[in-house]
Design a protein around this ligand. Sequence first.
Ligand SMILES: [Zn+2]
Length: 80
Amino acid sequence: MNQTERVKQMLRTRRAVCATSFLAVNMPAARNRVGDLRRKDWVIDSKHRCQDANHEHDTYQIEYRLISEPGAGQQSMAMG
Ligand SMILES: [Zn+2]
């Protein structure tokens, strides 16, 4: 699985993925992959700060949330 596929999988299977989670699986460039996906019409939210109590971030960490992906048509995913 290449990095882009890995990023897709993480976004699909988790409520939110922060930079630390990408680093934990050796993907420091995940942010760039998110940019690639956005150019391919993936809608990925990065407006929220990571709230994962287990992470204990010292600094502000953006978390990424998959809103919709191409092929999902007009159907919008329910947002928790
Ligand atoms: Zn985090």
